[in-house]
Design a protein around this ligand. Structure first.
Ligand SMILES: *Cc1c(COP(=O)(O)O)cnc(C)c1O
Length: 409
């Protein structure tokens, strides 16, 4: 057989014969970047299945890099299947869009991550999907709001900003008894503070879906936006996967690599954030301008007993919690003083999100965020701290100097 003529150099740079030898292995997984995936022949093109991880068909449907992160996240959360989304919010939206149809209703806790509520209030509503907001601290209120039209209940433990810890096992029992699918925003617990698919410790009680903003602790750098949807039921996973595919959601391989790189240190970082946040939260509770400290691991904080029951022995006798806490600055101080306090912080920087090395602070306008009364919260302005990995003593001094200047007199 004669050799075909040597192709043009431009062609040879694309269709090159060299293949690196198999068997390379290193601690960090390779970054496989692909929209196109090459098939060896037409039969393979027709035969390959994109719905599971048995093969590769197209970048949007997965690469070795995305499969690895999905499998590790499923392990982290105690699930069986996992899907990546371009942000935590995109993961939330995928769940709601996969499960809700015109005429259906979704229930959301009043202290939910704000954009989840906004999605229901505007986008879902445009599709004829109704929503109700329930009291996260009153399981009877949740039970009373479930109707024949309820298809999905969102759960969050604890709630965003005010960090009330609900009786999550009881909430799930109520939804199960009524045959309603549950989806937990598990960003705070992160798979480390409690097991979302095994809430009673006997393998019998769990949420149906766990959503995780990987943007936070799994990324750990404040530099990646990503989310995940983890399930234990193949049929439910497939519903998510089909919607995810039709919406065309993909994640960048370099971002996946960043998360794969941070994941091994996540449990250590979580512990460090936790210890520092608890120390600072406790200390803030002794300061005059602070009317209330909100941290589920501190006795007296709303839902503390539910945190203790679920997370109180995770990882050791101290239990586990994320590095977040909020304070209510006493109502006798003006908004201008609270703003001056936040502006006066040097190490706590003003910025949204959390989970990275840098401590962050955000003042909130709580009345504008809630539909229901919040009698468990003191009057005043809520300020949320996301504690990073700086030395705790430096952070304490930063809080002290800013308080002194803003609230003096
Ligand atoms: C940050 C966050 C999200 C959204 O994550 P993004 O990646 O920023 O979209 C969802 N839920 C909770 C509880 C969060 O803290």
């Amino acid at each position: 057989m004669t050799q075909p003529p040597a192709p043009d150099l431009r062609t040879r740079l694309i269709h090159h014969d060299y293949r690196p030898p198999a068997g390379f292995e290193a601690p960090q997984p390779a970054v496989h970047k692909a929209s196109t995936v090459i098939f060896p022949n037409v039969a393979a093109m027709r035969a390959r299945e994109w719905k599971d991880k048995s093969s590769y068909t197209y970048g949007l449907h997965g690469t070795p890099t995305t499969y690895q992160l999905e499998e590790r996240l499923a392990t982290l959360e105690g699930g069986r299947q996992c899907l990546l989304a371009p942000s935590g919010l995109a993961a939330i939206a995928t769940v709601s869009l996969a499960l809700l149809r015109h005429g259906d209703e979704v229930l959301i806790p009043d202290n939910a991550y704000g954009p989840n509520k906004a999605l229901a209030e505007v986008e879902l509503r445009h599709y004829g999907i109704r929503h109700q907001v329930y009291d996260p601290l009153d399981p009877a209120d949740l039970a009373a709001r479930i109707t024949d039209a309820t298809r999905l209940v969102w759960l969050e433990a604890p709630g965003s900003v005010t960090l009330e810890f609900p009786d999550l096992p009881e909430q799930v029992r109520i939804c199960r008894a009524r045959g309603v699918t549950t989806a937990l925003d598990n960003t705070w617990g992160a798979g480390l503070a409690f097991a979302p698919f095994d809430l009673a410790g006997d393998g019998q009680l769990g949420v149906d879906i766990s959503v995780h903003a990987l943007t936070k602790y799994p990324s750990g750098g404040g530099d990646v936006l990503m989310g995940s949807i983890t399930t234990r039921d193949e049929a439910l996973h497939l519903r998510m996967k089909l919607t995810h595919m039709r919406l065309g959601l993909g994640v960048g391989a370099n971002d996946v690599e960043a998360v794969l790189r941070s994941l091994p240190s996540m449990a250590l970082r979580y512990r460090a954030h936790d210890a520092a946040a608890r120390a600072l939260a406790q200390w803030m509770g002794t300061k005059a301008p602070v009317a209330q400290v909100l941290h589920p691991a501190l006795p007296g904080s709303p839902g503390h007993e539910h945190w203790r029951a679920l997370c109180g022995s995770a990882g050791g006798p101290e239990g586990a919690a994320a590095g977040l806490f909020s304070v209510v600055i006493d109502a006798r101080h003006t908004q201008a003083q609270v703003d001056a306090f936040c502006d006066g912080l040097r190490l706590f920087r003003l910025g949204y999100s959390w989970g990275g090395p840098m401590s962050l602070v955000v003042p909130y306008d709580l009345p504008g965020m809630r539909e229901r009364a919040t009698p468990h919260l003191e009057a005043g302005t809520v300020v949320r701290f996301a504690v990073g990995l700086e030395a705790v003593e430096d952070l304490r001094q930063d809080l002290a100097q800013a308080m002194e200047r803003a609230f003096a007199g």
